[in-house]
Design a binder for this molecule. Structure first.
Ligand code: ATP
Ligand code: MG
Length: 479
């Protein structure tokens, strides 16, 4: 099994590909500052550095991260030469291991295995098996015992065992579409690459070259050949997230690939074969998108062979998963290491409050609420007072007994607001928003996930701001 999250500090495609071979989620950082930023947000299992970084830079990086109590293993990828001495020196300053070159896939897999084993030792007292209905769910940490989630898992297995390609997964935001895609990947081709692209995040041109790759000189700025994700996925999986946002021209090209199984790089003449399983996800109703002429009807039919649907948490048949998920997040959260193993349960009222809420952001929102509750709680049980839906509501009431926590959130609040503003400003084009904010796309993605920002919550916030109605800090039970 792969590691959950890997950060690759590199601009080299080959090293990014190496990272993908052992990680379920890959975050790319261009430089050390960005790496520190991403690592704090995503808490990876492994950091890969390329050989461009000097020993001194890596040493400084280690010092910075150690000060922040981050001890993620670092592997440095060498430049295919004999660097035995350098490897030794780097290990002395604290790196976990050294790879001789960019093709050293098998050794990296062994290293990932070692990291996993060590992780198991650390998490030994966290037996989470009660949260999963079966092995597949456990392997991707898909919590749930409701009949609804069991049906979803059944469909995942059926589809994975078939030759169905492409696969469509539909469900509201945060319901676990990507998790389901990973489950299919694990069943079909666990040792092959899993690559993902968010179709809403890039302009049409960028998305095209990201998917198909391009040849040097094919357009202004194409100063070298680029391998596209379709090629990188090889015989693995390509996840097309938010397919409904794919520009219509590109939808036509995608349809052709799905039918003919081959493609060309932008500006290229060579025909390449597409062998990957293509999984598309959507949180919009594609049928309605077709009716509104936003989505091609032919592509819709091509995708909609045997869709996997995931019910939202508010659905009656998924309600019973809420308390299970809350317990799971409580048990596995790493947000407050000091409180780990001290806060072990929720009060009955807190659980009931969670069960009553509608969870528009679904599982992601629930996880964030539990993290926040862990931050706020001062006793050994999460109580109703610590269940707060939106940290931005805190500052409205200076007399609130939990005002002292405002400081903890004030920076986060400003950052969240800026990100929402930039996203609205750019019509949710994340590449443009990242430029406006002066951060990379990877950082923006990490922060959007961290703050649970989605179009709906952002629009809602805007309305609230416009109406300028002060909101008192409310535990969700009162809403
Ligand atoms: N059943 C589940 N058990 C445990 N964690 C889950 C479950 N479903 C979702 N999650 C977690 O919730 C978060 C959101 O899940 P995921 O990214 O798969 O959702 P999504 O449907 O792809 O969301 P979006 O539409 O916003 O992209 C992730 O951190 C994921 O691990
Ligand atoms: Mg997703």
């Amino acid at each position: 099994m792969n590691l959950r999250r890997v950060v690759a500090v590199t601009k080299e495609t080959q090293i990014q590909q190496l990272a993908r071979s052992v990680g379920q989620e890959i975050f790319i950082a261009d430089d050390i500052t960005e790496a520190v930023d991403i690592i704090q947000t995503v808490e990876p299992d492994l950091i890969l550095f390329d050989y461009h970084f000097t020993q001194r830079q890596i040493h400084e990086f280690l010092e910075t991260t150690h000060k922040k109590s981050i001890n993620t293993p670092i592997v440095v990828v060498g430049n295919d030469g004999d660097n035995t001495d350098l490897a030794k020196e780097l290990k002395q300053i604290g790196i976990f291991d050294y790879l001789l070159g960019r093709q050293d896939y098998s050794r990296l897999k062994q290293i990932a295995g070692r990291i996993k084993e060590q992780g198991k030792v650390v998490n030994h007292n966290k037996d989470t098996s009660d949260f999963f209905v079966e092995d597949l769910a456990a392997s991707v940490s898909m919590v749930g015992k409701s009949s609804s989630i069991q049906n979803t898992i059944k469909m995942i297995k059926l589809v994975a065992a078939s030759k169905c390609n492409p696969v469509l997964i539909v469900g509201e935001t945060g319901t676990g579409k990507e998790l389901s895609a990973r489950a299919i990947h694990i069943l079909r081709c666990p040792n092959e690459p899993f690559v993902a692209v968010n179709c809403a995040a890039l302009t049409a041109n960028l998305l095209e070259s990201e998917l198909f790759g391009h040849v040097k000189g094919s357009f202004t700025g194409a100063d070298r050949d680029k391998t596209g994700l379709l090629e990188l996925a090889g015989t693995g999986t390509l996840l097309l997230d938010e397919i409904s946002e794919m520009p219509i021209d590109l939808q036509a090209k995608l349809l052709r690939i799905l039918q003919e199984k081959n493609f060309r790089k932008v500006g290229g003449t060579k025909t390449l074969t597409c062998n990957a399983t293509i999984i598309a996800t959507s949180n919009r109703n594609l049928k309605i998108e077709v009716q509104n002429n936003h989505f091609r009807r032919d592509l819709y039919y091509r995708l909609n062979i045997s869709p996997i649907t995931i019910a939202p948490l508010k659905a009656l048949e998924r309600r019973e998963d809420i308390s299970l998920l809350a317990d799971y997040f409580l048990k596995t959260s790493t947000i407050c290491p000091d409180k780990q193993n001290k806060i072990t349960s929720l009060t009955k009222m807190a659980t009931e409050a969670l069960e009553k809420y509608d969870w528009p952001g679904n599982v992601r929102e629930l996880r964030n609420v539990i993290d926040r509750a862990l931050l706020l709680e001062t006793t050994d049980k999460i109580g109703l007072k610590s269940i707060v839906i939106d940290p931005m509501e805190y500052e409205q009431d200076p007399n609130s007994p939990i005002t002292s926590h405002i400081k903890d959130f004030s920076l986060a609040k400003a950052e969240r607001e800026l990100i929402c503003g930039a996203l609205r400003e750019t019509g949710w084009q994340k590449t443009k928003a990242a430029v406006l904010l002066g951060i990379t796309r990877a950082t923006l993605y990490a922060k959007v996930e961290q703050y649970n920002i989605n179009k709906d919550s952002s629009a809602e916030k805007e309305l609230q701001t416009k109406a300028s109605s002060p909101l008192l800090p409310q535990p969700i039970a009162a809403q």
